[in-house]
Write a protein that binds this ligand. Structure first.
Ligand SMILES: *[C@@H]1O[C@H](CO)[C@@H](O)[C@H](O)[C@H]1NC(C)=O
Ligand SMILES: *[C@@H]1O[C@H](CO)[C@@H](O)[C@H](O)[C@H]1NC(C)=O
Ligand SMILES: *[C@@H]1O[C@H](CO)[C@@H](O)[C@H](O)[C@H]1NC(C)=O
Length: 256
């Protein structure tokens, strides 16, 4: 019995260390540009509102005058962040100037932490006044890209692309990160783009109710902390009680 008692105490201490029962750092607080929008937390941070160490590089946000958060992609400029799914590590973005197709034409995710999840290739055509435009394919010109003497179309249908390419000037084919897997080929590219991020990976931490953040004094290494007041904290308190009782019981057994 003496042997068990000697083994159990170090085990108990290790257990506590492993789960890090200390309360989470109070330095990083959730923030928001304006109360009407989603709160922002790691890996995102609002510049000038949250300390640099509370965000991950590439996830800095600024605030649009409307109160919506903006993200800057190195080669594509600013996008409004419509929604952040922290658990699945996805964001929905749109154009602050209400002309998403224009942003799509210059979209390049290279150099940003984001990737597309599912893409659909859209080909853009520029049809001038003298071209015979086939409006019968449910095609609507993209109004914010069209002028008085020309109309710009985008299509993901190879049949429509075939017809348009014989009549109009081909502008570009772009892989568009669509927000859902179901789409219609004549979609006018106004819906939010859905982007995903893989690094930093806080999925498990988020799922377990932890607080993900950068490990102090590390170069972007992440850590997951648990708030002792959260349900997982309650669970740890329970584990603590079980171990304490067991310890007391064994201690008594040894004495007797
Ligand atoms: C379409 O063509 C017109 C001139 O015909 C040009 O001014 C305009 O910039 C073009 N738009 C695109 C998106 O290529
Ligand atoms: C982390 O850095 C701070 C200031 O740079 C220093 O005071 C502290 O001792 C460091 N902690 C560790 C564990 O290195
Ligand atoms: C931890 O939980 C308490 C009570 O639920 C809450 O008031 C506090 O803000 C939480 N701290 C963090 C860092 O989430």
């Amino acid at each position: 019995m003496m042997l068990h008692y000697h083994l159990l105490f170090p085990c108990f201490l290790c257990f506590l260390c492993f789960f890090n029962l200390t309360t989470t750092s109070e330095l990083c607080f959730d923030s928001t540009c304006n109360g009407n929008f989603q709160t922002i937390r790691f890996p995102f941070r609002i510049q000038n509102k949250q300390p640099k160490s509370c965000g991950y590089p590439g996830f800095d946000l600024t605030c649009h005058p409307t109160g919506q958060p903006l993200i800057h992609l190195p080669f594509s400029g600013e996008f409004i962040v419509q929604y952040i799914d922290y658990q699945n590590q996805e964001i929905w973005v749109n154009d602050p100037n209400n002309c998403l197709p224009r942003k799509i034409l210059s979209l390049m995710l290279f150099g940003s932490p984001f990737d597309a999840k599912n893409t659909v290739d859209f080909t853009f055509f520029n049809c001038s006044g003298s071209d015979e435009i086939p409006y019968d394919f449910n095609l609507n010109p993209i109004s914010c890209l069209s002028g008085l003497s020309y109309a710009v179309f985008a299509s993901s249908s190879s049949m429509v692309n075939g017809i348009l390419s014989s009549r109009c000037e081909l502008v570009k084919t772009v892989s568009v990160p669509m927000s859902s897997e179901s789409y219609s080929w004549d979609l006018d590219l106004r819906n939010d783009l859905r982007l995903v991020w893989k690094k930093p990976n806080c999925k498990k931490c988020e799922l377990n109710g932890g607080v993900c953040g950068i490990k102090p004094n590390s170069t972007n290494e992440i850590q997951c902390k648990y708030n002792t007041s959260t349900p997982s904290g309650t669970f740890l308190s329970f584990v603590h009680i079980v171990f304490s009782s067991l310890y007391t019981y064994l201690f008594r057994s040894v004495r007797e």
